[in-house]
Design a protein around this ligand. Structure first.
Ligand code: CA
Length: 228
């Protein structure tokens, strides 16, 4: 079943190597997230614009601008759920973070498992209140909250990456997306030869959707979703 509650791109902002490595490995291996990990607030604000980020885990103590300022800047243009990591079990930090629009906080030290559980609770709460998190085109219906895709009412079983790729196409109906752009948006990476991965996933999507015309190849340019 493509009914995983977690998955997609998670932006992790943490300057401590040990914590960053641990959290990234746990969330990727246990919960199927694609974790984009940055170490500064400045990078975090940039990355949020580059990827379809589903949730942000944000440390308060960072070099350069701190987590509070990052939260403020993100909230200026995004409703993405934000979990703040507070260094101390201090009330003022929590209150300040929540007032700036963070959705929750986790106090250090924490176990990756505890953070993962908190993330799931936040997703349930935040995504259930966003009814507009349903994307449609042709006979395809994609629900972000439950991560379920149906075609003419029948559920289609997709892998996490196939789901994210389809969501990306549905967000840009009729627009040509290059292989490099798709690789960046969905996988959060670029590397030589990586575009072959995109081709393989597009082929799989066409097959599973049972509609080869749904995603068109635009020669020399990339792919686009045929909106109708
Ligand atoms: Ca820190």
């Amino acid at each position: 079943m493509a009914r995983a509650a977690t998955g997609g791109v998670l932006l992790l902002v943490e300057d401590e190597d040990a914590i960053g490595r641990l959290v990234k490995a746990y969330l990727e291996q246990q919960d199927g997230w694609t974790v984009v990990w940055v170490r500064t607030g400045e990078d975090a604000v940039g990355e949020l614009r580059r990827h379809p980020v589903r949730l942000v885990v944000l440390d308060i103590g960072l070099p350069g601008i701190d987590g509070f300022e990052v939260c403020r800047q993100m909230r200026a243009h995004s409703k993405v759920p934000i979990v703040m990591l507070t260094a101390r079990d201090e009330e003022p930090d929590r209150v300040a973070g929540l007032e700036l629009g963070a959705d929750d906080y986790v106090s250090k030290p924490f176990s990756p498992r505890e953070l993962a559980a908190r993330i799931k609770a936040i997703l349930r709460r935040v995504e259930n209140r966003n009814e507009d998190e349903v994307l449609t085109a042709r006979d395809i219906v994609l629900r972000r909250d439950s991560r379920v895709v149906t075609v003419v009412g029948d559920e289609v079983e997709l892998t996490g990456k196939e789901f994210d790729l389809l969501a990306c196409f549905l967000e840009h109906p009729g627009i040509v997306l290059s292989r490099e752009k798709l690789l960046d948006l969905v996988w959060g990476i670029t590397y030589p030869g990586g575009t072959r991965t995109v081709d393989v996933h597009v082929a799989q999507l066409r097959r599973k959707l049972g509609d080869p015309e749904s995603i068109r190849t635009v020669r020399g340019a990339g792919y686009k979703l045929q909106a109708a």
